[in-house]
Ligand binder design. Structure first.
Ligand SMILES: *[C@@H]1O[C@H](CO)[C@@H](O)[C@H](O)[C@H]1NC(C)=O
Ligand SMILES: *[C@@H]1O[C@H](CO)[C@@H](O)[C@H](O)[C@H]1NC(C)=O
Ligand SMILES: *[C@@H]1O[C@H](CO)[C@@H](O)[C@H](O)[C@H]1NC(C)=O
Ligand SMILES: *[C@@H]1O[C@H](CO)[C@@H](O)[C@H](O)[C@H]1NC(C)=O
Ligand SMILES: *[C@@H]1O[C@H](CO)[C@@H](O)[C@H](O)[C@H]1NC(C)=O
Length: 353
């Protein structure tokens, strides 16, 4: 009798981990498929030893970079950034289809090649909880990226650094200007496709050498709250009229990042037109010099909702200060590394007096 109770107790204890961390068996198998696909024959596979914890002795919900729902135990988030270091590996989308409750998938900086079939991301439409997708730092084919339009549940998408050392673009025969034009053209098609994503609130297109001709196309994604265009080439090819149409469509935009775009005092005007509705505007590390034009200054003083304004690393002088008097909601203002002179004053700015 005693032995029976002991056995029952041992059995119970062995079952315990399932209660806490157990993952769904099918998903555990699917995770192990990912591990074997990502570590197979690759000389530089798993540079950060992510997959060491992915072994059968541990419950898969406690594996590195795997997060499960506390209630259903289904995998909810999977972070596979920098998990493979081999240029030119073809990503197999089927590997992610078993995770029906997946909300967040990060595949950034794996340098996956462009051999991926053109409907690949469209197949992920089955994952109807997917809200966050980070595909930055890969070389995916742009047709494949257009198939992202089928992911209706998507709220945030990162397509950063597609330009980066891309074999296709860094062909010795092409100069930087030509390469920039090519990537702009291709990404415009992707952006047009993305306008179907009515829930998309966050889009990161930074580090792609995009020029200003992409701006009118972005207007199609009217649900956006945050648009990150850091480190692009927005000073070129901007059309002021188009910009106006665009912004009239983007009435929900709260945060706009334009850091590092070589924008001068004239070129910022199309972006300031939407200033009345913005909460965050980042114009750091551009080419704004001296004092702003009358029009730019006037537009700035209309920014009644603006809370955060970043103007560091420009060459602005102290005449910028009166332009900010109307910005009555301003909470943070960064003017680091400008030419304000020694005795400028923030007088007139409500919060800084
Ligand atoms: C892609 O992954 C699926 C699921 O693991 C597998 O069945 C299929 O054979 C893989 N395809 C290729 C081309 O490796
Ligand atoms: C790259 O350049 C080589 C010759 O320099 C050319 O044969 C090849 O087609 C080019 N590749 C692309 C993708 O433009
Ligand atoms: C901007 O990019 C487009 C492609 O989208 C290209 O046709 C155009 O020449 C570029 N303009 C400038 C000024 O670089
Ligand atoms: C504005 O958005 C609507 C639908 O949201 C779209 O049909 C239209 O083309 C957009 N206009 C511009 C200028 O992007
Ligand atoms: C500033 O706002 C006023 C009214 O709100 C508007 O008439 C004017 O055109 C705006 N000026 C600029 C430069 O945006």
């Amino acid at each position: 009798m005693y032995l029976f109770w002991m056995l029952l107790l041992v059995h119970h204890v062995l079952q315990q981990p399932n209660g806490c961390f157990a993952c769904v068996e099918q998903e555990k198998i699917a995770l192990l498929d990912i591990k074997s696909a990502f570590t197979r024959q690759e000389i530089n596979a798993d540079p950060y030893s992510i997959f060491e914890s992915w072994n059968k002795n541990m419950e898969c919900c406690s594996w590195d970079r795997v997060h499960c729902s506390p209630t259903t135990k289904h995998v909810r988030s999977l972070d596979l950034h920098d998990s493979i270091y081999s240029y030119g590996y073809t990503l197999n989308i089927s590997l992610f289809l078993p995770f029906r409750e997946l909300r967040s998938l990060t595949l950034s900086y794996n340098y996956f090649n462009n051999c991926i079939p053109s409907n690949s991301f469209g197949r992920m439409a089955k994952l109807d909880n997917l809200e966050y997708l980070d595909l930055s730092g890969n070389y995916f084919d742009f047709k494949a990226l257009s198939s992202l339009a089928a992911l209706g549940s998507l709220k945030a998408l990162s397509l950063r650094d597609f330009w980066m050392e891309n074999e296709f673009f860094t062909n010795g025969s092409l100069n930087v200007h030509k390469q920039s034009q090519m990537i702009s053209e291709l990404l415009i098609n992707v952006v047009v496709a993305l306008s179907k994503l009515s829930k998309l609130k966050y889009l990161d297109l930074s580090g792609n050498y995009l020029n200003g001709t992409i701006i009118p196309y972005l207007g199609g994604i009217s649900s956006l709250k945050t648009l990150d265009l850091t480190n692009n080439n927005m000073n070129e090819g901007l059309d002021h009229l188009n910009a106006y149409q665009l912004w009239s469509n983007m009435s929900k935009l709260d945060n706009l990042y334009l850091l590092g775009n070589s924008l001068n005092g004239m070129k910022i005007i199309p972006f300031l037109i939407i200033a009345p509705s913005l909460k965050t505007l980042d114009l750091s590390d551009n080419n704004m010099e001296g004092s702003l034009s009358f029009k730019a200054c006037q537009a700035l003083s209309n920014m009644s909702r603006l809370e955060n304004l970043y103007l560091s690393w420009n060459s602005l002088n102290e005449k910028i200060i009166p332009c900010l008097v109307g910005a009555s909601s301003l909470k943070s203002l960064d003017l680091f590394q400008n030419k304000l002179g020694e005795r400028f004053s923030l007088k007139g700015l409500v919060k800084y007096e």
